[in-house]
Design a protein around this ligand. Structure first.
Ligand SMILES: [Zn+2]
Length: 238
């Protein structure tokens, strides 16, 4: 009666990949914290704070309609394209460390992407509702399909919905790498960071980008597993 998954969860060879991805995610976030702390102790030679650096970079890019604000919390730095506000966290706004200036410049990178209508950012923004649906409803739909006697149509709908969240993670990658690339180049060009500070800043931003790579890899592996587990669904005759 009904459909049974071809793969058993217990003998699933792809499970090792899930564990590897989880380990990679933990290493990536430990690495970004350690790198940030290390270069947060290095005060930039110009002594500009994250907020001042952000303002300077925005003006240098000809952007005058974005305001720089302080936001509480840690790792809360973000650019809000709908409000045209660049919000910098406690550790970034008033700090003149190389790490803080790097993070502030990265957020400027997003503001510049928005200003220049950078296509991957537009695509990413348009995917937000679908990605939210995918990450919230994808797995529950699949589980529901399983509960309802392995209803494969429902399971497949769940997998498609879940893949929207995966797509979002993938589109995030070029957006993040490009923002960091712009940040490092502009900090160098505007002489906000000098000499070896530029390399230190690049290390902080590269470490941050790796967390997105780990997240995207985990999402892809999860999707592949779902396809392997249910894609080979076969009917049992008893
Ligand atoms: Zn970013």
């Amino acid at each position: 009666m009904g459909y049974y998954p071809y793969y058993s969860y217990y003998y699933d060879p792809t499970y090792i990949l899930v564990i590897l991805c989880a380990i990679a995610s933990i290493i990536a976030s430990a690495k970004v914290n350690a790198t940030f702390r290390k270069y947060d102790r290095v005060r930039s030679m110009t002594g500009m704070t994250g907020a001042q650096a952000a303002q300077t970079l925005l003006y240098s890019a000809g952007i005058y309609d974005v305001t720089v604000e302080h936001v509480s919390g840690s790792l809360t730095d973000h650019y809000d394209p709908s409000a045209k506000v660049l919000r910098l966290s406690d550790a970034t706004y008033g700090s003149s460390s190389v790490a803080a200036v790097g993070v502030a410049a990265h957020e400027c990178g997003h503001a510049i992407q928005d200003n220049k209508n950078y296509a991957p950012l537009r695509i990413r923004s348009s995917l937000v509702p679908a990605a939210n649906l995918g990450s919230k409803a994808g797995i529950p739909i699949i589980i529901l399909g399983c509960i309802l006697g392995y209803n494969m149509t429902l399971v497949q709908i769940g997998i498609w919905v879940f893949s929207l969240a995966v797509l979002f993670q993938l589109v995030t990658l070029p957006v993040e790498f490009d923002a960091s690339r712009r940040a490092v180049r502009l900090l160098d060009e505007q002489h906000i960071l000098q000499g070896e500070e530029v390399g230190m800043c690049r290390k902080v931003l590269t470490a941050a980008a790796m967390t997105y790579v780990a997240a995207a890899a985990s999402a892809i592996i999860q999707l592949l597993r779902l396809i392997l587990i249910f894609g080979g669904g076969r009917r049992r005759d008893d």
